[in-house]
Design a protein around this ligand. Structure first.
Ligand SMILES: Cc1cc2nc3c(=O)[nH]c(=O)nc-3n(C[C@H](O)[C@H](O)[C@H](O)COP(=O)(O)O)c2cc1C
Length: 347
């Protein structure tokens, strides 16, 4: 079987196994939609707080409500399937938050068991869930029940780390408990909370989990190229891979990886293709949050689109261009700043 293959999560079949990971501050619906255009098989919202949803009740606002929490939860127009990721530590609050997601009809509800950010872990949520596996199980159980009662029983999944620190690598126990509580997939980012995002992720832990768990295991960590994805799928036997930092400024990683897994080769996107995706991204974001805010948000994205990466050359003008891009305030300014690059390459 090709390493690019369908994956089944609960009773949902996905055509392929190349997922876009949840990345706070990046994977809003405009960027998810660009990744879908470029071949992502499944995508996750960034983490959203069950408490905030309960408090601000975005489900009672108009469907096009521009407030951040409403924009965060919304499906992209081309997103046939998406997961909303929730964080929280209290089983009943997580169940209540999940119940309020009905209006967005998520296809999957994913539970964040990996976030290392102090604001999140001080509430017992994110990676702090792994410090109390019995409570982690109760959270999964409560969200599964809530999904059955309010969301038509969509699959509930969880994303975890290797453990809290190197002295407590309890991903096996947490994954088993989550699965027994009804989780239909476990995503593993094999770094500890203490490692944050530094150092190397330990893929042998993904292999270990994939060999034990009867539900699909999705691997995350240090996926920057099609070759990385190929190696992770081959070495670990995981069902799917999830691109995170490797997809920033490089939504093309989905099509190049698919090509590499299916044919053994791929062509890096040319500059015209990369910039066209950047402008499409900007326009979709502006439609959601207004031009000014979108232009501010897009500074980091445009810097990423123009930077080189594995297989992609940096664009003409390089560092000087990026110094300008971080001052752009309108779509027109972006066009002017990128004019030389565009004229050089766009028809
Ligand atoms: C800026 C940033 C934000 C992230 N936000 C989330 C998030 O909201 N939910 C989540 O489960 N993981 C989040 N992650 C973790 C990624 O999904 C991924 O597991 C991790 O970055 C490892 O993959 P990588 O080494 O390929 O980037 C975030 C990572 C980064 C760098």
């Amino acid at each position: 079987m090709s390493l690019y293959h369908p994956v089944t999560i609960g009773d949902l079949e996905f055509p392929g196994n190349l997922f876009l990971a949840p990345v706070a501050g990046y994977t809003d619906r405009s960027y998810r939609s660009i990744c879908i255009d470029e071949g992502a098989d499944f995508s996750f919202t960034e983490l959203s707080s069950a408490e905030s949803i309960i408090r601000s009740r975005p489900d009672t606002k108009p469907l096009n409500d521009p407030s951040p929490i409403s924009v965060l939860l919304r499906r992209a127009d081309n997103e046939k399937r998406y997961a909303i990721q929730l964080f929280g530590a209290e089983p009943e609050r997580m169940a209540a938050g999940a119940a309020l997601l009905a209006r967005w009809k998520p296809d999957v509800v994913d539970i964040n068991g990996g976030c290392p950010v102090p604001k999140v872990i001080k509430t017992g949520a994110g990676s702090a869930l792994m410090k109390d596996p019995a409570n982690l199980g109760r959270v999964v159980e409560a969200v599964v029940r809530s999904s059955r009662e309010h969301l038509g029983g969509v699959p509930v999944t969880i994303k975890i780390r290797a453990g809290w620190d190197s002295g407590s690598l309890n991903y096996r126990e947490c994954a088993r408990i989550a699965m027994e509580a009804g989780a239909a997939m476990v995503s593993l980012h094999p770094r500890t909370r203490a490692q944050g995002y530094g150092g190397k992720s330990d893929w042998s832990l993904i292999a270990d989990l994939a060999g034990r768990l009867p539900v699909p295991v999705t691997g995350s960590g240090d996926l920057y190229t099609p070759e990385d994805a190929d190696r992770m799928l081959r070495e670990t036997g995981c069902a799917a891979v999830m691109f995170a930092r490797g997809a920033m400024g490089n939504p093309f990683i989905f099509s190049t990886t698919r090509s590499f897994l299916s044919t053994g080769s791929y062509a890096a996107p040319d500059t015209a293709h990369r910039l066209a995706a950047g402008f499409r991204h900007l326009e979709r974001l502006a439609a959601d949050i207004g031009e000014r805010q979108a232009c501010l948000e897009m500074r980091k994205h445009f810097c990423a689109y123009t930077k080189g990466g594995e297989g992609r050359p940096g664009m003409a003008g390089g560092a000087k261009l990026r110094n300008q891009l971080v001052h752009a305030e309108t779509i027109e300014e972006y066009r002017l700043m990128l004019q030389d690059v565009i004229e050089g390459v766009l028809p």
